[in-house]
Design a protein around this ligand. Structure first.
Ligand SMILES: NC(=O)c1ccc[n+]([C@@H]2O[C@H](COP(=O)([O-])OP(=O)(O)OC[C@H]3O[C@@H](n4cnc5c(N)ncnc54)[C@H](O)[C@@H]3O)[C@@H](O)[C@H]2O)c1
Ligand SMILES: [Fe+2]
Length: 391
């Protein structure tokens, strides 16, 4: 077992709900409950602010993430954010957005580091100082309840910069948000593709924590089962009635992704995330989509190599939800996902012949935290075979 998993196992506590949890119909109700005012900084996107917050005339300091650059958080983006939001200008942090915004806000709640790089490479301590209220506007990452903040940082080996970049998770219980507000209304403007990618990401969180061989907890199975049930039922609804049917089910989707976040907080994600991280780092494939590209093939690999045990329980569960035979559960689930969002092959995102060797090496070197959480073990050869299958 890798050192990260071992330290998690040594910690006997199980965090179920670290934050206090609220559900509101509208952002206005949330603003009233929390008496949002001038000492609150709200990090969001302008296209979320305009329809949901502008007309409320609140005195908060609204800051738009797009001012700092597009895409996933990077060292440069975080530094620009620190410069734009002076530390003594706010008492509370309100995150209204997808996983990227919630991860940025977790940092705003902490003592400012000497450099962002030192923070991510653990040379500066994570110290919680200001309350963070997390309000997700996608239905995937579960970041609103997790102790991780992910960023693309300058890579280093033995303390020396390599010249490359890598995706790293800063892990500390000090960055779990203090409050979570679920407001399904805010997902109404989320376009279909990021909606589908994020919902599939949540399904992957639930599945990987359900199959987690060492780190399953007393409650993780409970939360992953419920999350899978809600998400797959939502996908069936969209399959039967069309894309707009999601609007009548947004409450369930945003709640399910929160449940999946609770499930993986300790039980952990696994190889779907481990093998997709280089895709995000190298080809900037969005997080949910990069997981989706590998999910079906990894489930097939598990089923072929160790068909009994937890995966049998998983198949029984999926068969019950989809109304099919147990033996057909994984192919039926893959076919349903394909109808929800056509699967892009790896070659579509720039994956090259050389990557069949480079990616497994990178996974073995950098993603042990996730790979040791595999339901059935991987090696360089099986990883290459999965990438080839998804090519
Ligand atoms: N901390 C964690 O536990 C954790 C776990 C998994 C992933 N992550 C991180 O989360 C990020 C991915 O999060 P995500 O999938 O939510 O994507 P995202 O935050 O990148 O959002 C996806 C896209 O949808 C847009 N968007 C979000 N909400 C919207 C809304 N209501 N209306 C219109 N557009 C909207 C965003 O601007 C963005 O373009 C990555 O940076 C990933 O590394 C963190
Ligand atoms: Fe994820």
């Amino acid at each position: 077992m890798d050192a990260f998993s071992a330290s998690l196992m040594a910690d006997k506590r199980e965090i179920v709900f670290a934050p206090t949890v609220y559900k509101f119909q509208t952002f206005a109700q949330m603003a009233e409950e929390f008496k949002l005012g001038e000492r609150d900084v709200v990090l969001t996107n302008e296209f979320i602010y305009t329809p949901f917050m502008k007309e409320l005339g609140l005195k908060c300091n609204f800051v738009f993430q797009e001012k700092f650059g597009a895409g996933e958080p990077s060292e440069a983006m975080i530094q620009t954010m620190y410069d734009a939001i002076p530390y003594d200008s706010y008492d509370r942090v309100i995150a209204v957005g997808g996983g990227a915004i919630m991860d940025l806000c977790k940092l705003l709640g902490c003592k400012r580091p000497d450099t962002v790089h030192n923070l991510y490479f653990k040379r500066f301590p994570v110290v919680h100082e200001k309350d963070v209220i997390a309000i997700p506007t996608t239905c995937g990452t579960g970041s609103e309840c997790t102790n991780i903040s992910v960023a693309i940082v300058k890579d280093e080996k033995d303390g020396v910069l390599t010249g490359g970049e890598t995706k790293l998770g800063l892990v500390s219980d000090d960055i779990i948000p203090n409050k979570v507000c679920l407001i399904p209304d805010l997902l109404k403007t989320l376009p279909y593709k990021p909606f589908a990618c994020s919902a599939i990401d949540a399904l992957v969180h639930a599945t990987e924590s359900f199959l987690s061989p060492h780190r399953k907890t007393m409650t993780s199975e409970l939360f992953s089962e419920k999350a899978m049930d809600m998400i797959l039922k939502g996908f069936k609804l969209i399959d039967e009635k069309g894309k707009d049917a999601r609007f009548e089910y947004l409450d369930e989707f945003v709640t399910a992704s929160f449940y999946a976040g609770i499930a993986f907080l300790k039980a952990g994600c696994g190889p779907v995330h481990g093998m997709s991280f280089p895709l995000g780092g190298t080809y900037h494939v969005p997080h949910g989509e990069s997981n989706y590209m590998l999910f079906g093939a990894i489930m097939d690999y598990y089923d072929a190599n160790k068909p009994d045990g937890e995966i049998m329980k998983f198949k029984e569960l999926v068969a019950r939800i989809l109304g099919c035979e147990v033996k057909d559960a994984i192919p039926e689930m893959n076919a349903l996902l394909q109808r929800i969002l056509p699967l892009r092959p790896l070659r579509d995102c720039g994956f090259t012949e050389a990557d069949f060797k480079i990616f497994p090496q990178s996974v073995e070197t950098n993603q042990q935290r996730l790979m040791t959480n595999a339901y059935y073990p991987f090696d360089l050869e099986s990883e290459e075979a999965i990438y080839r299958k998804c090519y």
